[in-house]
Design a protein around this ligand. Structure first.
Ligand code: COS
Length: 382
């Protein structure tokens, strides 16, 4: 059983402890799932998470709009990640893909949220391009106004849920100004003429991922999210919320690695005594436990700050993501080491965690980008 003592920290309320208990029991009955067909597995996970009510946390309720509870988002990602990385992925994309609609969408655009919150539609966030992953302001894809429509042309890549999503939140250059100030965001349903999946991408921890192609895709002006030219800021404020949740997922992977290690060092004997009797092993376990708690403090500090009404949590979210993902990588690496050959055996739990964690240090802003963000915020007193 994972350590749940953190739930008595002052960041949390009774509703979070209740959520944690309910989700833990759901995970015990439903996870892990079979990963042999990730498309089908993700569709089923979204349907099941929707039916169980957990996706209501991923987007606002259009009928009773209230801010997203970021502590719940982090807690859900942490718990799902501890049980099954694909379940965390499926949940996370329902939030990231609709974040712009939750925060800035019109009532008509927010109609989609009824479906995504019920697990009846899948969403995706289409920001990265072949030449601009970290350098968002340098994107090439265009959205050109033509009467009552925008016409989309270009490519997006590394798009999670690409190929299975029903709607994409797409960022494109509308040209009000060069760079960051000439980008806009759009709601794009997957069934439009001219939209296609150019390539499916295979990665070390498989999940639905693709390069998208837009060839004269016409969308009505009403698909514009927020104001024209404000897409860059909009994308950054969506990431400010969801980056903390990436930290939450990393925390879940790290906690699982620590749990597996605690079992291993007690069960396994070396030189006539349990592995844990070796002080060097105790040193590793101590560092792992310390990293897990420190990451949890940063993740839930960021989430709590946002939930308390802060307009921006750029610094807090960047610190949470950077620290939790980098440290989870170290924790999991130690777990692999302490499992010896079993740690690299295909199909073992720590082997899976070792593959799962790596992408979190890259997506939604690589660790290096988070350092740039933290340094700038520190200089500007943010
Ligand atoms: N919230 C609101 N506004 C923000 C913001 C935020 N978090 N971050 C920046 N802005 C605003 C800035 O204030 C600035 O506006 P003003 O000129 O009016 O002040 C504007 O946006 C441009 O900001 P900046 O000059 O910092 O942009 P840069 O091009 O230098 O980019 C980085 C900054 C590198 C930090 C940004 O591009 C980034 O986060 N990149 C990583 C993107 C990413 O996560 N990619 C993965 C895709 S999702 S899997």
């Amino acid at each position: 059983m994972a350590d749940k003592s953190f739930l008595s920290w002052p960041f949390f309320e009774d509703k979070h402890r209740e959520l944690s208990d309910n989700l833990e029991s759901w995970c015990g009955k439903n996870l892990p799932v079979d990963h042999s067909n990730v498309d089908e597995a993700c569709k089923k996970l979204v349907a099941d998470l929707g039916e169980a009510g957990f996706l209501t946390y991923s987007a606002i309720d259009p009928d009773k709009p209230a801010p997203l509870d970021v502590r719940s988002l982090c807690l859900i990602r942490e718990t799902l990640a501890r049980h099954d990385g694909l379940a965390d992925f499926a949940f996370a994309m329902q939030g990231l893909g609709t974040g712009a609609i939750s925060f800035f969408g019109t009532p008509e655009q927010q109609e989609w949220l009824h479906k995504t919150r019920a697990g009846k539609a899948l969403s995706a966030f289409a920001l990265s391009e072949p030449k601009s992953g970290s350098d968002v302001a340098n994107m090439d894809m265009t959205a050109t106004l033509d009467g009552d429509h925008y016409v989309l042309n270009g490519e997006k890549t590394w798009i999670s849920n690409g190929g299975i999503a029903d709607l994409y939140c797409v960022f494109a250059r509308t040209g009000e100004a060069p760079g960051a100030k000439g980008i806009s965001a759009f709601v794009v349903p997957a069934d439009l003429d001219g939209f296609s999946i150019k390539e499916r991408l295979e990665v070390i921890a498989p999940h639905p991922l693709a390069t998208l192609k837009f060839d004269n895709v016409r969308i009505p002006k009403s698909a514009l999210i927020g104001k024209a030219g404000e897409g860059f800021k909009l994308s950054m404020s969506v990431l400010d919320v969801f980056r903390s949740t990436v930290g939450g997922a990393a925390l879940g992977f790290a906690r699982r690695a620590l749990e597996e290690t605690v079992k291993r060092v007690q069960d396994r004997s070396l030189f006539g005594a349990p592995l844990f009797d070796l002080q060097m092993v105790q040193g590793h376990v101590a560092e792992m436990a310390l990293d897990v708690d420190a990451a949890a403090l940063l993740v839930y500090r960021a989430a709590w700050t946002k939930d308390m009404g802060a307009a921006r949590v750029t610094r807090e979210a960047a610190m949470a993501k950077l620290y939790a993902t980098d440290k989870a990588q170290e924790v999991i690496d130690k777990a692999v080491q302490l499992h010896g050959g079993d740690g690299v055996r295909k199909g073992s739990i720590v082997e899976g965690l070792y593959r799962e964690i790596r992408a979190l240090r890259i997506y939604e802003g690589a660790s290096d980008v988070q350092k740039v963000v933290i340094a700038r915020q520190t200089l500007s007193g943010g």
